[in-house]
Each structure stands twice: as structure tokens, then as C-alpha cells.
Design a protein around this ligand. Sequence first.
Ligand code: ADP
Ligand code: ZN
Ligand code: ZN
Length: 827
Amino acid sequence: MPYAEVAVNAAAPLRQTFTYGVPDGLSVVPGQAVYVPFGRRTLQGVVVELAAETGLVEVREIEAVIDSRPMLSPAQVEVARWLSDHYLAPLFDCVSLFLPPGFNRRPLALLRPLASLEELPRLSLTDKQQRVLAYVIERGEVEAEELRRGLGLTNTPSLVGALLRRGLIQRSYRLARPQVRPKVVPHLRLLVAADEALARASGLRQDGSAGAASAGSGRRRRRAAVLEALAEEGSLPLARLRDRGLTAAVLRDLEGEGLAVVEDVTVIRDPLAGRVYRQRPASALTDDQGSASSAVVKALEAAGPGPPAPPFLLQGVTGSGKTEVYLAALEGALALGRRAIVLVPEISLTPQTVRRFGERFPGQVAVMHSGLSLGEHFDMWHEVREGRYGVVIGPRGALFAPQPDLGLVIIDEEHEWSYKQQEGSPRYHARRTAEELCRLSGAVLVLGSATPDVESRFRAEEGAYRLLELPQRLHQLEDGSVVPSPLPEVEVVDLRVELKEGNRSIFSRALSRGVEQALARGEQVILFLNRRGTAAFVQCRDCGEVPQCRSCAVSLTYHASEAALVCHYCRRQVASPKACARCGSRRIRRLGLGTEGVEEEARRAFPGARTLRWDRDVTRGRHSHEAILARFLAQEADILVGTQMIAKGLDIPLVTLAGIVSADVALHFPDFRSGERTFQLLEQVAGRAGRGPKGGRVIIQSYSPDHYAVVAAAAHDFQALYEREVRLRRRLGYPPFGRLIRLVYAHTGAAYSQEQATAMVRHLKGERDRLGLPNLDILGPAPAFVARLRGRWRWQIVLRGDDPAALLWDLPLPRGWTLDVDPISLL
Ligand code: ADP
Ligand code: ZN
Ligand code: ZN
């Protein structure tokens, strides 16, 4: 095949390929990385297709092959092309997902001789050329950089060029392994007991407030704050303590008094490294688990030519043993000599799940995560490509691992939003992409969740997915056998009533009582809060009413700058009401409460209890997630206050009560998925309670106890939620009944940004009419939910219809615009 279609790493956002000639003697296959001339530069590219002919009159030739082995398998090349088409993203961006880490760095150029020492005198070379050639001949193979240094000549590149042109040496490339440096992070470690640190801190605070605003009082206060943080964590990175007030002077004070010391901590990057797992044998599966896993294994056995198996949707309530089904399916795949990829929402939040995989298949599990250095990642990529690991486990990006003989892909908690890439390009969804990957490589896909995405469940109803169900939560007995156990009971507390009856605390009487009872019995409690509580919407404290947009069915957002409520879909703007539209009450308030506030309140309300907080603020270090979980598991705290994070796959047997401090924040986000999202969160949090022998209960506090998502969660009724969502979305044309594309424009000029967005809407509408595209709504422009980000004013346009991509297919977007196909959120 003399021609190759190449995806080129040009800075421009190009969706097309470029045609190059394949020079004689160069063997090139799809998936291979090459150097190609592009304008006056030489760029990297990846061959996506070979062709016998071209319609072009003049084509340039591929310059060199970067690595003799293809980087992408044929199936992966097809997935990259699909990604580019589906997400309207530059082809090279899509190809890049599959490339080894460090690909963008300069590869090593290796020189090999094509002449012998005897021939040298007869070649009529210059002196310098002779020296270069002799050097290469003597070594057999030499790296260009080493040659330059070894000879100490000023113009080696041009000498090499001359020899290359005369065919006396040959050049090839190899990707250089990036250097690995152990990652060391300076920490401040407490040298005294936590109690003492706290006592000192409170002493400092008293001194600080006594002497009014003296020069030293701020410093004392900062010292106290640092001590308090250390008392909590023992040791913290200096960088994080700076937020708490650590300065050079404070550090000197603490070190001088012998209270704390700075030390370097080596960050361990491989969550499985250095841990020896005792192999855990397979559990005897229950009947439900057995039939689910054998359906998957049958599909694995049937894989091969013929129509690919549809993906499985494994819907099982929390604690129903989905992970055991994954493990059995993996065993089946490995027994057939196939390999697997397992996706989890976030490695650091799911340590228990990762460990279970490591325990079942010791030595066969590779964990990919963001803490790997470039060098480690590079090594892992190459080891995986060699087939070293039966199972690769990681967040969404692990889907692109070069796993040979891929037979099985598992996506745990498939409803999680982290499976969608939300920045950069392409903004792919791992679930949708996994479908393509599995279809094209003959692999089986298993999606698992207790609360599937409404769209996934809809696909199952349509027959596009095969539904497998685990309807019962399991409870393990002493002897290791399991029995069905009920899901925790859920009580919904109406906060409007609490308020009417004079309770102004953030904890209802029922929740306070519940917490006290659990504490008295030595059990543990989780208090959950949706952290993004700073988002503002207004709500009537008497009837719970939250003003909504009439045409978009989403909550209106309060904008302090205009003192108005704004719809973030259609931009409708209304004055912030003085009184409730439903009940006339004048007690309207803006919502917003953070985890810190909840922890403080909990300390006050339950003075004997030890509290622990788990949110993004306290877990910036890589291992602190696991550390917090370990402390809670070891019963070093009684109450865990946290955000979404605690909703993930944790198994904490002593938790008998999960309190949801407010269900309302997630509920009233201006997004059509907020009901679904709330249900998922509530169900997942509820799933954390009552996993041990003592059972458990859940208390949901809400000003909107009648909201369908709250009602459905209280009854653990996925079906009710699902049916309601499907009705709503069918009526409004939201997914799965229509597709969405979101366009965002960002610019530092507020007025300019709005003008550009307005002009774009006009242009898009013109194009739509010109192309005669039916069923395509162009909504907006409206200010983005985050109206100003990093100094840029953001405006958004939402396309909604059967095939909104058709409008953008041939329409290059000017600078400043970003595009999100199938966005998971319109916030
Ligand atoms: P899920 O992933 O659906 O939340 P898990 O797989 O974590 O559920 O199972 C819940 C608990 O039940 C775990 O502690 C697990 O070890 C246990 N378990 C599940 N299936 C079995 C089984 N067949 N035999 C013994 N224990 C089981
Ligand atoms: Zn009201
Ligand atoms: Zn609207």
C-alpha cells in the first residue's frame, strides 16, 4: 500500500486526516506512530488507514517511523475515529488517548551504520564525515545525542544528515523513558500528643484575644490554627498548612518549641505496591449472583465472529454482591485467556474495591491512577502492552490501556459523573466509548450500579442492554455464608415542620435523637451534605417552594449582582421574590451550608462525640482518603461528616445511621438531571448504613419532602424514579429522547462575551434553517451557571434535538468556544 492516511499532531483543531506516501522499504501499518512533513515542520502523526491510491496530485512522504510496533490496535484506531466523529473532536486528540505517556517528548534517535570500516577510505567523505561514520560503525548503534557529545564536533547534525542522504547510515526512533524521581513532599509533623497540641492552641487563642490587636496576636492565632490542624491529622504537607496560616515565623515558633518538625515524606504512588495480599478464595455465589455471572461468562465464551454481545447492565442494590459478580466474570475471562479492564469512579475513593481485586488475583492487577509519575506510567503502559497483567483497574482513562486480547470491560458505579471527561478534548464518556471499544474488539461490557443512569436503564428496557438483577442486599454470617438482609429503613423529616415548632438547629429532633442513640450504643454515624451548598437558590422556609423556570423545568439561580433569579438554560430572569409564590410566606432564604459548618454544629450538639470530616479540603494529599477511612474504620471517630465522597463504595460495618443533613441542595440545581442525581446520592449514602449485623437506618432532612426524588429514595424505589424521569424527559426532549450539545464562550470582556454568544445563536439559527434541520432547538444564549470563571465571562448555548451534531459538522468554531457533546451537566 503506497499511501497512508495520517492523523497529525498539528495545533489546529483538525478532524480530518492527511495523505502521505509510504517510501519504498518502509513498512507502515495502521496504529503506527510516524514523523511527517507538515508545512515547514516535521510533526508526529499516527497512521489510521492505508490506501492503494489517492486522488491527490502531489503527496509528500512519511519521513520516519517512530516505533516499529503499532501504538494502537486496529480496534483502537476505529474507536479513535468514532470518538472524533461523535464528540466533534480533533482526530489526533482522540488518538492521543491511546498513546503511551510521554509520547509528546522527543524520542531518542538511533543511528545504525550501513557501511563497513573497510569501505570507509573509498567513500570520498570529508574528514569529519569519516569520523562520524567510523564512530557509528564501531558502536553498531548509537544514539544521536551521545554521538554529538562523544565526538565534540559542532555540526554533527548536518554531518549526520549528509551521511543519511548518502544511505551510509540509517536512523530510527525510540520513545525515551522519562526519568523517575521519587516524589517527595515536605510535611510538618506534630511531636506532641494531640491533646497537648489542642491545649496549647486554646491557650494561644486566649492570649491572642486578650491583648487587643497587638502585633503578635495574629501570629499566635495562626500558630493555634496550625496546631489544631496537626492535632487532627498528625502530619500535613506544608503547602496545605499555608492555607491554615502557616508562615515562616509560625514555623520557627513551632520548631523552636519542639512542637513540630519538618520532614520529607515520600509519596507512594502505587496503591497496591508493597502490599502483600493474602489470596482470598472465591465466595460461593448466591443463586442471583450465579446466574448473573454465568450470563456474562457465556457471552465471553460465545465471543468471536458474529454479532457482538450486547452490554450487560448489572443492577443490584447496595451490598447485593455486585463486586462478587465482577470477580467471577473476571475469573471466567482469565480462564479463557482473555484480559480485562475494570473502571472505578476514582481510585482514591474506592480503596476497598481495589483491594478486593488485588486479593482475588494477586500479581495480576495493574492499578492506573493519577499519582503515577510519567516514568512509572510509561513503564506500566509498556508492561500492560506486553500482556503482563490480566486486569487493569483505574478511572476512566484506564479504558485506553493497551490491554491485549481484551475480553471484558467492567464499569462499576456506571452512573457516576466522573466517567465523563469534562475538560479538554475529547469530552468523552467512558461508558459510551467502552461500548464502541467492546463492539469493535469483540469484548463483553458489564455496567454495574445500584442506581443506574436513567439512560442506561432505558437502553436496557429497549433491549440494547441486557439487564441482570440482584434484588437483595446480602449479609454475611459468622461462618461466611450469606443471608438476605433488608435495606435500611428511611425516614424523611420535614424541616418546615421543625422550623414551625421552633427547632432552629440544622439537626431535626429525629436526627438528634438518632445520633444520640447510636452513640450511646457505641455505633458510628455518617452525616452527609452536598458540599456544593454554596450554590445559591432561594427557597421558602414554610412550604419548601423553590422558584423554577416555566419553560425549562429547572430551578432558578440567585445572582447577587443583579439581585435576581436567572434560568441558566433560557436566560429568563425574574426578580427575586419577596414572598413565596405558593404560600405567600415572607420567610424566603438562600441556601448554602458547608461541611465545616455541619462539623461545628455536630461538635456543639453532641459534645461527647469525636468527629471526622471528609471532603476535598481535608484530603488534598493522595493517601489521606485512605487514612481517613482507616481512622473511621478503626473507630477513632464516632461521626463522619462528608460530601459525595462518602457515598462511594465504602463498606463500614459499624455505621448504623446515615443522616442526610439536607437533600435540597442537589435537588434544586438548575439541571434537568438534578432529580436523578439526588436520588442516586441519597440511595448511595443510604447504602453506607446498616451493612453490619446491627442493621441500620437513614434519616433524610428536607424542606421538599414531597419531591419525587426524595420520596423514591425513601422507599428505595428505583422504578418510581425511573418512570417519572422518563415521562419528564420524553415531554421536554431531554436524553434519552433527544441529544444535547453545549457550547460555551468565555472571554474577559463581559459585554463582548454576551455579544459573541448572541451572534453565534443568530448564526446557528441561520445555518439550521439553511440546512433544513428538523427538530433542533437552539436554547440561549444564557450565562453559564458559573458565570465567571478564571476571569472570563461565560455564556452558553444548548442545542437540543435528534441529531444536533449535524449542525456543527462542517462549522468550525472560532476561538474562545468550547463544545461538549452529550454533556452530563448543563451547570
Ligand atoms: P455491592 O458491590 O453490590 O455493593 P458487595 O460485593 O460489596 O456488594 O457485597 C456486600 C458484602 O457481602 C461484602 O462484604 C461481600 O464480601 C459480601 N458478599 C457478597 N456476596 C457474597 C457471597 N456470595 N458469599 C459471601 N459473602 C458475600
Ligand atoms: Zn411557600
Ligand atoms: Zn428557562
